[in-house]
Design a protein. Sequence first.
Length: 277
Amino acid sequence: MSLSSENKMNVKLNNKDMAVNNINSEHRVVYDTKDLNLWYSDTHALKDINLEINEKEVTAIIGPSGCGKSTYIKTLNRMVELVPGVRTTGTITYKNKNILDKSFKVEDLRTQVGMVFQKANPFPKSIYENIAYGPKIHGIRNKKVLDEIVEKSLRGAYIWDELKDRLNENAYGLSGGQQQRLCIARCLAIQPDVILMDEPTSALDPKSTLKIEELVQELKKEFSIIIVTHNMQQAARISDKTAFFLNGEVVEFDDTNTIFTNPNDSRTEDYISGRFG
Ligand SMILES: Nc1ncnc2c1ncn2[C@@H]1O[C@H](COP(=O)(O)OP(=O)(O)OP(=O)(O)O)[C@@H](O)[C@H]1O
């Protein structure tokens, strides 16, 4: 994994730049979802979802409360199956394998797909141990190697300079925004292919939010990122593709620029212009 230098904070956020990015990009599909349905017992939460998510892009999932955004993102790492009574049909192909197939080992997925939650959830351990934990579980014991992983991961999450002299302090002593970037660094330490983010900035102030948004723009050079957000401006600023969910269905999935400037479906237009949701 080669992480970008901390100095590269030159982020292009306006629609024109995004359009140029989209035209120039030729990405392979990282997740191919076909005819996915999901039920929580009797609740039909996802209905006939078909989505091709490209690698090394930011894909935003938007839609009103209860439309199935979190359910979908948690299906991508099979976290959703921890809920009793969940049933799925259809397929999600990741690296040529259907991850919903019973024979697919969920552990294989967890080493390749990291997740960042709405509320930062560091372990009650030192900053260093938070990052070293995953690599240690995967058998890395050499202190020098762990030191390198910790530094690289914190640099990758643009938080090395802030934390390099505090590595032995408890992570609970960090601000909310710092804790969230620490959690992103913890994801990077397992060298994932994909980072799932479920409303990662909804509990943060505008300054911390901006830092995470800038970080996402840098991370997409190395990783595929799927982000659930309630924040329309955020989706418009940072994503390449946007999927609009409503009542468990995908109403529209397209280049973010198209979704926000020229949507096909009147329901998309109504939602992004704030007429409901
Ligand atoms: N653990 C669960 N058990 C039963 N039903 C659930 C569970 N989690 C979600 N649901 C239902 O599935 C549907 C989709 O919920 P989900 O949390 O995916 O929506 P969301 O779009 O992420 O909402 P929000 O924006 O409020 O987080 C809702 O009807 C919800 O009540």
